[in-house]
Design a protein. Sequence first.
Length: 395
Amino acid sequence: MSKKIRVLAVTGIRSEYDILYPVLDFLRKDKSFEIKIVVAGAHLSDWHQNSIKAIEDDGFIIADKIDYLLMTDRVTQRSKGAGILIQGLTQVVERENPNFLLVVGDREESIATAVVGNYMGVLVTHLAGGDTVYGNTDDLIRFAVSKLANIHFVFSQKSAENLKRIGEEAFRIFIIGNPALDIIRFAPIISLSEISRQLDFDITDGKYLVLLQHPLSSERENAGHQMEITLQTLDTFCTAVGYKTIGIYPNVDPGAYEIVNVITRYAESSQIRFFKNLPRTLFVNVMRQTRALVGNSSMGILEAPFYKFPVVNVGNRQRGRENAGNIEFVPHKGTAIKAAIHKACINEEYRRAVLMLKNPFGDGRSSKKIRDVLKLINLSNKKWIIKKDLAGISL
């Protein structure tokens, strides 16, 4: 009997796990693969309701847990955490001896995995390379990972072209779309009345928005003030037109503490309700029926075009990224935010235009594409591990 293809995925936060999940779930149904996961970071945090439980409930084999998250709001947090993660992951990779390391995006997990894979001679498969974003440390990390990665599963044609421009060889690049769309396509439908019951928050009339706002690394000292402006505007808008807002807690980057401090001041608002985490199917259905997304989450870029709703992106986070045209980019000013929210929720002509936009990030069938690529790669062919065109100049 032939040996199984061993894939070790690394995840540290719920948002990236939602991209990995459909891929890993599809692969484990193929008997050619052995799938294990390293769980780290925010998954092990009480602050994020220990989202490792979702991974355990999904039935995946957890190869190890690496608790690298330093609960501080200082800039030392992420670099120290990455160092801890590299040490722990090195031990796991030596023990598990995978054929492929699989990681998403631009956070500590991606750079740590890419470093370990290179030093240990294990193929690094990277999802979401080639994307660009303005003013965020993560943008530099993403492209550093791309230079270290051996195989690129990119979300769009433009991302593929960006990787080629920085010298990545074309044979390594595969356009597969955003795997998170696979979840949306298959998730069962839940009614608004059932969503309201599960949230204990009445949104049965469908008049609600979703707020997802994170700190921006280059503006972390203003994160609390920026969130205050967004929440004040939403509170005023919702009160005036009879809307409600479902808010999700921020990620754990520096500046998040200040955002959470602001959130606690709105705990008594009848229009705004915050949640630390939502189960996958519930979250998908909340997003399916929202009038708009407000904040600065990558979901507005990568998933909203598939859902077909408008996005109000507040501030500089996500600026410079490829998008489908469903986004209004506004500064941290109440008047601008309010006008954009009103347009997104009330202007039916604009809403119809968003429905007609073309989504550049796939069709919800990414997992099969990834499976087919991994099965075709000849692990004994050294071309996958040895890069010859690092600077975009043939050697």
